[in-house]
Design a protein. Structure first.
Length: 296
């Protein structure tokens, strides 16, 4: 009867061996390794923007671009709208606000802010003060912060109608403060352009050194009514002037970095950010993708 005390254990060992999994260490295998520490899955948090410029025609073309932005927003996260100036053609008059701001973007703005830069046409009426009040712009240059868990974004808006020492110092101060995964700067006039208006020397001399030395990820401008993309150092520069007004031809480049992509098309930008990548997609008013770039 004494030996029967070990029968259950022997039976368990036999069944385990038959199943192909021994309770005993494999000869020569050494000590059993410690359990592997599992790492957490990559963050799936996102931030999203819609960006466009020179939209304020108030006609069917602007509405078509706005409709495509609504289509994008139906399948992508969109936290805010960015308009790179010339919001209200031809002269920023309040009588045009309904046609150029309210009608096209009513559904998009129902749950999202619209952050705009002043364009050269916007300041023709009362120096843009009425438009600023209508859009609740805090000042001519201002900062907005977006955060979703580990995805953080700093957005700086400048008034390129008056490139000044004060704005340059403000830009440098803001870019040297805080810790943000992504930094985006927006203003109206182009840094470089292979289009009608060409380069803007005052921006190149005053703001460009700050933008590149502070490693801004994305610079958004308008002014030329087309799409253009440039790269200098770690900074991507996009001209997005196809929001509604008649487009301008792409011409020869003079004193610019290599032109990475361009299109004489009405369009908007869909911007998506995670903790590891910032993607920019240019979408035509007819819905097709014109260009896409990823910044990491």
């Amino acid at each position: 009867m004494k030996n029967l005390r070990f029968a259950p254990l022997a039976l368990a060992l036999s069944m385990t061996l038959l199943a192909g999994c021994s309770l005993l260490p494999t000869p020569g295998a050494g000590p059993t390794p410690a359990p592997t520490t599992t790492t957490s899955a990559p963050s799936t948090s996102r931030l999203g923007l819609l960006a466009f410029g020179d939209a304020g025609s108030g006609d069917a073309t602007q509405m078509q671009v706005a409709t495509q932005m609504e289509n994008w927003a139906a399948t992508h996260r969109v936290d805010a709208l960015l308009e790179a100036g010339d919001v209200v053609y031809p002269d920023g008059a309040p009588s045009r606000f309904a046609a150029t701001i309210d009608a096209p973007y009513a559904r998009l703005r129902a749950s999202r802010p619209l952050w705009a830069a002043l364009g050269n046409h916007d300041v023709m009426w009362n120096n843009g003060n009425d438009l600023m009040a209508y859009l609740s712009m805090p000042s001519r240059s201002y900062e907005k912060i977006l955060t979703n868990n580990d995805v953080t974004m700093q957005i700086l808006v400048l008034d390129s109608n008056a490139v000044s020492v004060a704005q340059t110092e403000w830009l440098d101060s803001k870019l040297s403060s805080g810790s943000y995964r992504w930094r985006i700067v927006m203003f109206h006039h182009t840094v470089w352009s292979c289009g009608k208006h060409g380069n803007t020397p005052s921006i190149i001399s005053s703001w460009l050194p700050v933008l590149t030395s502070r490693n801004v990820d994305l610079v958004i401008t308008g002014h030329d009514h087309n799409y253009q993309r440039f790269q200098q150092k770690n900074t991507t520069f996009v001209v997005t002037g196809g929001g509604g007004m008649p487009t301008y031809a792409i011409s020869s480049c003079n004193g610019t970095p290599p032109l990475q992509a361009s299109a004489q098309r009405h369009h908007f930008l869909g911007i998506e950010a995670t903790s590891t990548a910032l993607s920019v997609t240019a979408v035509a008013r007819t819905g097709e993708t014109l260009d896409q770039v990823s910044v990491s």
